[in-house]
Design a protein around this ligand. Sequence first.
Ligand code: PRP
Ligand code: MN
Ligand code: MG
Length: 179
Amino acid sequence: MRDEIKEVLISEEEIQQKVRELGGVLTKEYEGRFPLVVGVLKGALPFMADLTKRIDTHIELDFMDVSSYGAGTVTSGEVKIVKDLNTSVEGRDVLIVEDIIDSGLTLSYLVKLFHYRKAKSVKIVTLLDKPDGRKVDLVPDLAGFTVPDAFVVGYGLDFAERYRNLPYIGVLKPEIYGT
Ligand code: PRP
Ligand code: MN
Ligand code: MG
């Protein structure tokens, strides 16, 4: 699997350092507020797992599965709910955890949805931000790293469902995703 990676963009150590930093910021932000921390499946899973362990105050966890991508590398522009929350967001401070913001379609949909459902506040933390991919105006409250417009995989990010289990963020060799 690893010989299919052209280069390591963000190492495991760099990710873990950043996760500790973000966890510290979020601990201060949410101290005494019992936020609902929402992981967006499936990409956010590794980040959600590591980040929540670095938030040193009470939080509630939930998950949503929304999908805007097919099996390939190009966004379809459609957002559909595959799995909804188990919890009501009404009156809650909601923190959405994402692996990457690209076009911004997934998150702008979720932010609107949670406001519509009367959340008290909605904030976004993303490990990666790819501002060059934006199709809608969307700025995360917290972002770990800004990445270029390359096809990145690992630490939750997939290509055709593979590579999510890499502990780092890498760039795939072009012969793997082909044309
Ligand atoms: C990817 C990624 C983000 C979203 C970002 O998820 O994990 O959730 O796309 O793209 P956007 O800003 O253009 O909406 P995907 O829909 O591929 O599902 P997955 O997390 O299960 O891979
Ligand atoms: Mn995702
Ligand atoms: Mg995907």
